[in-house]
Design a protein around this ligand. Structure first.
Ligand code: NOJ
Length: 395
């Protein structure tokens, strides 16, 4: 290996892995997703059930994160547990998350805390979800309680995870709750998301604690096909540019990316004749370099790759994917793009929303009956890169 092939990342780089409450904790019975999973007409393949039982096993999860040599861990707080009824806050739930945060600090792991990751309390869903007139205010109030209880322990705060995906899947395509369909609804929810983010940011800024605040945006590499140029422009405005402009006032932007997307005259079209992952996405780790360059150009704030990964049963392909993603990321950083960290999605094989447990994004396998965790070879490899801050690509 010649020295020029060895890629060194910045010494203070955040090396992490990401999770979300509903996908790993289990028993999230007071949420809109749980209710949706159990409806007769649900599109969900199965219920989240006990998930990975991380509600009880978080110490074990964090032992794994620490043993791999990762210095950061992204997880989310469950609003449905923290505020089970309007204005009624659960001290016990907040105490639980305080213990999780403390368990991170004890291991020298930076807690990267997401306040909203797809799920809503059922009372919010009953009031209209992201179309409820007071949703932004409610999210601000929730953030206010969170920061009061946990702010002094938070390392980095992500207000809303993939607001654009919630808007698209929940209000345009009718796949996520509340199963809405309509272009105008989609656009309005995108605006509401930015207002809600603003309310949450203001609440978090008031402290206690002082930590960077941003949102996590789903980004991709778009390309117009079959005369889809006009559609592409409106699509990119809704999915990315509106958020990228709004992020200019934030402390950072979380970039989340997995693949590339083709846009035809009526919207996204499936790509033919390329390698696809188990999600049906084109295998395209180059998207990391592409999206961080695009986000830097449009948002102009520090970036963190808060999610990137691959669903595959072939763990060696996961290693390939992460390696290729990191090579591109390193190139962008070397060119001056301000990227502070990389969070692989996901620590555990977990509940992949409508697709249930069929998808394997984890660097750690979880036995569905015993919940036994087994680190995959890609996890050991990624941990080694993270520990050294050095990548020696094979090609
Ligand atoms: C984005 C979401 O934030 C996460 O919940 C999901 O599991 C992954 N991407 C993979 O689809």
């Amino acid at each position: 290996m010649s020295p020029q092939n060895i890629l060194t990342f910045p010494p203070d780089f955040y090396w992490g892995t990401a999770t979300a409450a509903h996908q790993i904790e289990g028993g999230n019975t007071n949420s809109d997703w749980w209710r949706y999973e159990h409806q007769p007409d649900t599109l969900c393949q199965e219920s989240s059930g006990d998930a990975c039982d991380s509600w009880h096993r978080y110490e074990e999860d964090l032992d794994i994160v620490a043993s791999l040599g990762l210095n950061s861990f992204r997880f989310s707080l469950e609003w449905a547990r923290i505020e089970p009824a309007p204005g009624e806050f659960s001290v016990a739930a907040l105490d639980h998350y305080r213990r999780v945060i403390e368990a991170c600090h004890r291991r020298g792991i930076l807690p990267v805390v997401t306040l909203h990751h797809f799920t809503l309390p059922t009372w919010v869903a009953d009031a209209g979800s992201f179309e409820a007139p007071d949703i932004a205010k409610w999210m601000g109030r929730y953030a206010d309680r969170v920061v009061g209880a946990l702010g002094d322990g938070i390392g980095i705060a992500c207000t809303i995870n993939e607001p654009n995906i919630v808007a698209m899947m929940g209000y345009l395509y009718g796949v996520f709750p509340p199963n809405g369909r309509g272009w105008d609804r989609f656009c309005t929810v995108n605006e509401t998301m930015r207002r809600a983010h603003g309310e949450m940011k203001d609440a978090l800024r008031a402290g206690p604690g002082s930590f960077p605040i941003g949102l996590c945006l789903s980004m991709t590499e778009y390309q117009a096909v079959n005369g889809g140029e006009e559609r592409l422009a409106t699509w990119v405005e809704q999915m990315e540019d509106g958020y990228l402009r709004a992020a200019r006032d934030d402390d950072f932007l979380g970039v989340q990316c997995y693949s590339r997307n083709l846009i035809g005259p009526t919207g996204p079209v499936e790509e033919q004749g390329v390698e696809v992952t188990d999600m049906g996405y084109a295998y395209w780790p180059q998207v990391v370099e592409y999206t961080v360059r695009r986000a830097a150009a449009l948002a102009g704030v520090p970036l963190i790759v808060t999610e990137n990964g691959i669903s595959t049963q072939h763990d060696e392909r996961r290693r390939d994917y992460i390696e290729e993603a990191l090579v591109g990321l390193h190139r962008a950083i070397s060119d001056g793009v301000d990227v502070r960290g990389y969070f692989q999605w996901s620590l555990l094989d977990n509940f992949e929303w409508v697709l249930g447990y069929s998808q394997k994004f984890g660097i750690v396998d979880v036995d569905r009956h015993s919940f036994t965790r087994t680190i995959k070879p890609s996890g050991h490899w990624y941990g080694d890169v993270a520990r050294k801050g050095i990548l020696a690509p094979r090609a």
